[in-house]
Write a protein that binds this ligand. Structure first.
Ligand code: CA
Length: 231
């Protein structure tokens, strides 16, 4: 699983708690503490889900949420709003600004994880389940196996993770930096062209029998699963 969670929260104790526990659950975690930098952080990390505190320095969570919903590039990213008190939660429920769910502080970490799973499952079943599919290709996370039609595709572990990232959000363009971050991790130094090498191997494996290429190369931007391929 390489699901990226962006936590936008200014309390350091909570930042640490969420980062540690979500990483332990297998999520990739990025943290932003400044409301004014939130939109930049979203553009940089391109998260699969956002935990967004209401009260933040420089820009509040509701304004951030509205801005994210307005931009077609970010309008579909699920958002769980964090509020300090139950009265705030009541107030939030009456506001039309587009969050997918709410959590009230103080919360337990198991509650946060359950909400994240539920929201992800709701918005994108293929991101949360064991099996993701795209056209005639299926990826089984539990068995770490990819099939195309009735053929099993042999993939190395890096190619498998790469495909797992791409299949989570068909059509979305991932930059080489984003793929490096998700597949290899931030701590590892890998050159950008290494991504090209592994995408090349992934393509070769997927298209072995002369099938159509499901991966689109976007010049100067990166790679995506080609949405037109499925239809
Ligand atoms: Ca706060």
């Amino acid at each position: 699983m390489s699901i990226q969670v962006l936590v936008i929260e200014d309390e350091e104790a909570l930042q640490g708690l969420l980062e540690y526990n979500l990483q332990k659950e297998g999520y990739k975690v990025a943290i932003e503490g400044d409301g004014g930098e939130a939109l930049t952080a979203v553009a940089e990390h391109s998260p699969d889900i956002i935990l967004l505190d209401w009260m933040l320095p420089n820009k509040n969570g509701i304004d951030i949420c509205r801005a994210l919903r307005k931009d077609p590039k970010t309008s579909k990213i699920p958002i769980i709003m964090i509020t300090a008190r139950a009265e705030e939660e009541d107030k939030l429920r009456g506001l039309d600004y587009g969050a997918d769910d709410y959590i009230t502080k103080p919360f337990s970490i198991s509650e946060v994880i359950a909400r994240i799973r539920a929201v992800l499952r709701r918005v994108n079943p293929s991101i949360a389940g064991d099996i993701a599919s795209f056209g005639d290709i299926t990826l089984d996370r539990e068995q770490m196996r990819v099939r195309r039609g009735d053929r099993t595709i042999d993939l190395g572990p890096t190619e498998f993770r790469l495909f797992e990232v791409l299949i989570q959000r068909p059509g979305r363009v991932y930059s080489r930096e984003q793929l490096l971050d998700r597949v290899w991790g931030q701590e590892v130094y890998v050159e950008n062209r290494t991504v090209d090498v592994h995408v090349g191997r992934l393509r070769k494996a997927l298209n072995q029998s002369g099938d159509n290429d499901p991966i689109r190369t976007v010049r100067a931007a990166g790679y995506a699963l080609d949405e037109t391929y499925q239809s």
